[in-house]
Design a protein around this ligand. Sequence first.
Ligand code: PRP
Length: 180
Amino acid sequence: MTEVHMDLLFSRERIATEIARLAGRIDEEYAGREILLVSVLKGSLLFTADLLRALKTPAAVDFVRLASYGSDTQSSGIVEFRYNLETPIRNRDVIIVEDIVDSGYTLEALYNKLLMQEPRSLKICTLIDKRARREVAIEADYVGISMEDGFIVGYGLDFDEKYRQLADIYLVKPEETSLP
Ligand code: PRP
């Protein structure tokens, strides 16, 4: 694949500021409790690591791997569970950690699956809330940055498995992707 054209959208400083704010809110709301972060691989890798470091609340972490995109840029609406939690979550205070909510299909499938395991509480924390193409009525409890539309890469987010390693988030020109 050739390099794509991209413009800086959210800097590493902005990301760090938002993460500090989110961690502060979580610390306030879960004071005196222990939480379990459920990180949604692969995109949430960097966000989870930074959120975990910013939290004062004692936090365990576990991972799930879901996929709905393949190498396309549009959600297929079919969510595949490729890797599941190892930690029992019954009676735990659980926070799902996502890098981005787009159509909402991934989060809805995960949320419903975890809810059936009877956690004490279940909340959603996303770094990016992309609103324009939401297809299911699901809202994150903690949102770092809201945006309307646009295909973004960096800070864990990929385009065909590339660019996850970038420290900032970039907007890819629509003509570079298969977006309508
Ligand atoms: C991305 C992202 C979210 C999901 C959001 O994951 O990390 O999990 O899509 O999209 P949705 O709201 O339309 O369901 P992806 O399937 O690309 O896998 P990845 O995290 O491994 O890149």
